[in-house]
Design a protein around this ligand. Structure first.
Ligand code: IVH
Length: 667
């Protein structure tokens, strides 16, 4: 190829370079030397210098944008990005197959089995064959627009190598960091005494969210696709054809996959994948079993969270054996002391493990775990590794049982164990510096106020310098103080102050999680936020109000009440509000549906596939209401198995009664 002299020749050169990129990055089978590739690329660069008007987003030169992205705008997914229900054994997979057979009323469904990538779910949009937008899964309904960083992924074509690309093509897949890149990057971090990434998945997630696309490009992420998003009218009838179609589009797909008709065939495939797992260049955590027929998929539909036509079969966690050289004690945000095994570093599931949780003292006593023991450790997904077994035969003569210290290792206060609880605690909740740090860290972390640039190391410095003691102090920080922190320059100071400012507009649910109220997890926080709408409203709820919320029992009610009864907590919240923190109740995106709109539903009995929460969500997100008891005002009763008095009453009142199948057909 010579230097292009016309626009047509320029486009042909782009196509030629894309084809070499594909051969190199996807098929690992380059057909030209690096030198020849560089020559073509230089021709293209020169041509674009001469004709800047020809440059378009699909050009191979347009991978890495100049400058910083600032932030990632949120994007609503046109069709939701669901997750998958998990299965862990043959019975659960068998149940799935039976369910599909029953619901579809066919005896021999075919399944497409493929790898379950352990990466970051993304959606990629192509308009007329040009990559225009990349989004993370987020909460499934909206995600972050990470286009600028996705463009840097070499195996992602910015232009599809086809003549008549669809006007709009939305494809779903996973961004991941290959093991080799992960190990190299962690070695470089270790050399700089930087904190290491826990696993390739975290590394990929962090890299996709980098503000500087040049840095993101250095992270050498990869991508594969396994599905379609909001795209209609494609010539595909089965999941296998979806893969073929993706391949035809020049997109990287999951090569290891199989058609399976029986449980046996599915498990043969699972075994084959499990055997190949240690040799794969990336992390997987199981296989995905999908009904092959897309028409069948459509028929089965989805629950609020996951499709009914697919399940994940998760592999057992990978294990490794190593020696405990010490047992240390960690103090948590509520004062709970957790013993931690300090291990001789060992490779496990793509990362090097040097510590594992021992949970609590009872667990250590029960398993008789001692310093010097050879132990089996296990890691599943991104959970902290744990010790699952001890090899007693390797124990030396001088080995002694381990004992929990009588004093908090950080503040020296005598520890306590509440009757009936396994946890040993440091009772110095207000004065123990470690509890203070943990509480602050929990407050700013992702599930809470999500101030992402405020990591543990920075918080430690802020506490040490006396700038931060209580939660509200974070919102009093100023540039002058931040400049005193190690490594903080203009840009990092600005970033942190911006992140703090942005965090003030926090959904009420996350604010509640940030406060760290005992027994209040995500589901409960959502129920509380829905009931009270504001934090002031919530603090005024009585026991009765709390117990009237479906899903809240006495334990939670008591914990919420005692949290708000503590004047220090109330003062802290008041201060946060006066400093501008404004927890807002998120409004649900309602897609009105005439069957549900303005109707009052009651749910009773056990539904065959939907959980109660999923059914409630399905009704509310379509404009309906859900109450607990059947009255004249009830429009419809959704009845599952073992429905009792509510069903009788609805029959008496002549209220419409539907089962789950009918319910889902209206969704
Ligand atoms: S299908 C609506 N296929 O696993 C169907 N997902 O645990 C959902 N994942 O959020 C996606 N490999 O990010 C599908 N071969 C595969 C997958 C896969 C990995 C991820 C995906 C999903 C998560 C659920």
């Amino acid at each position: 190829m010579h230097r292009p002299t016309s626009h047509t020749e320029y486009l042909a050169l782009c196509k030629e370079i894309w084809s070499h990129n594909r051969l190199y990055y996807q098929q690992h089978a380059p057909q030209v030397s690096d030198k020849e590739y560089d020559r073509l690329y230089a021709l293209l660069e020169q041509c674009e210098k001469d004709h800047p008007e020809w440059i378009f987003p699909g050009s191979p030169t347009q991978r890495v944008a100049e400058g910083l992205s600032g932030a990632f705008p949120t994007v609503a997914h046109k069709s939701p990005m669901l997750s998958l229900s998990n299965t862990y054994n043959r019975e659960e997979v068998q149940d799935f197959i039976q369910r599909v057979k029953k619901l579809l009323e066919i005896p021999d469904p075919v399944f497409c089995c493929e790898l379950k990538m352990d990466g970051i779910a993304i959606s990629a949009k192509y308009e007329n064959g040009i990559f225009v937008q990349g989004t993370t899964r987020g909460d499934g309904k909206t995600g972050d627009d990470v286009t600028i960083n996705m463009r840097t992924i070499q195996s992602l074509p910015l232009q599809l190598p086809m003549d008549n690309p669809p006007a709009i093509l939305e494809v779903r897949g996973e961004v991941f960091m290959p093991h080799s890149v992960f190990h190299q990057a962690n070695a470089a971090k270790a050399a700089q005494s930087e904190e290491l990434w826990a696993n390739p998945r975290n590394a990929a997630a962090g890299s996709l969210k980098l503000l500087d696309p040049k840095e993101a490009a250095r992270r050498k992420l990869s991508i594969v696709f396994y599905g379609l998003g909001n795209t209609k009218g494609l010539p595909v009838k089965t999941q296998s054809q979806v893969h073929d179609f993706l391949e035809k589009c020049g997109l990287p797909t999951l090569a290891l996959r199989n058609h399976c008709k029986t449980l046996e065939e599915i498990f043969d495939f699972a075994r084959k994948v499990a055997d190949a797992r240690p040799t794969l260049p990336f992390d997987i955590d199981g296989i995905v079993i999908k009904l092959d027929s897309l028409e069948g998929q459509q028929h089965l539909g989805t629950t609020a969270k996951a499709p009914r036509w697919a399940v994940a079969y998760k592999f057992a966690a990978e294990q490794a054996t190593t020696k405990i050289h010490a047992i240390t004690v960690q103090v948590g945000r509520t004062g709970v002391l957790t013993p931690v095994a300090e291990l001789d570093p060992v490779k496990l599931a793509g990362s090097t493990i040097a510590r594992a949780t021992l949970h609590n003292y009872d667990e250590i006593k029960r398993k008789d775990i001692r310093v010097g023991d050879l132990v089996t450790i296990e890691k599943g997904g991104d959970v902290i590794p744990k010790v699952v077994g001890v090899d007693l035969s390797g124990r030396g003569e001088h080995s002694k049982p381990w004992h929990m210290p009588n004093e908090c290792p950080v503040c020296g206060t005598a520890v306590v164990q509440v009757q009936g609880e396994v946890a040993v605690r440091c009772p110095n909740t207000k004065g123990c510096p470690e509890q203070q740090l943990r509480r602050l860290f929990h407050f700013v972390s992702k599930g809470g106020m999500d101030i992402d640039t405020l990591g543990e190391k920075v918080l430690e410095q802020l506490i040490q310098k006396g700038f931060v003691q209580k939660l509200p102090d974070i919102y009093r920080l100023n540039a002058e103080q931040l400049f005193q922190l190690e490594g903080f320059k203009q840009k990092s100071v600005e970033n942190l102050l911006n992140a703090i400012e942005t965090s003030k507009k926090v959904p009420l649910t996350r604010f509640l999680l940030a406060l760290g109220i005992k027994h209040v997890g995500e589901g409960i926080a959502e129920l509380l936020a829905e009931k009270s709408a504001t934090i002031q409203g919530l603090s005024a709820l009585t026991t009765q109000d709390l117990l009237s919320i479906d899903g809240i029992g006495e334990k939670v009610a008591e914990s919420v009440l005692s949290f708000f009864a503590d004047s220090e907590h109330r003062e802290e919240i008041d201060e946060l509000l006066s400093l501008g923190v404004n927890p807002i109740q998120e409004t649900r995106q309602i897609q009105y549906n005439p069957f549900f709109q303005n109707k009052t539903f009651v749910i009773t009995g056990t539904l065959p596939t939907l959980s109660r929460q999923e059914a409630i969500e399905a009704i509310k997100s379509r404009g309906g209401k859900v109450t607990d008891s059947v009255t004249k005002k009830t429009d419809c009763l959704l009845a599952g198995e073992a429905a009792g008095s509510k069903l009788n009453k609805a029959q008496l009142l002549g209220i419409e009664i539907i089962d789950e199948k009918t319910f889902l057909s209206y969704c």
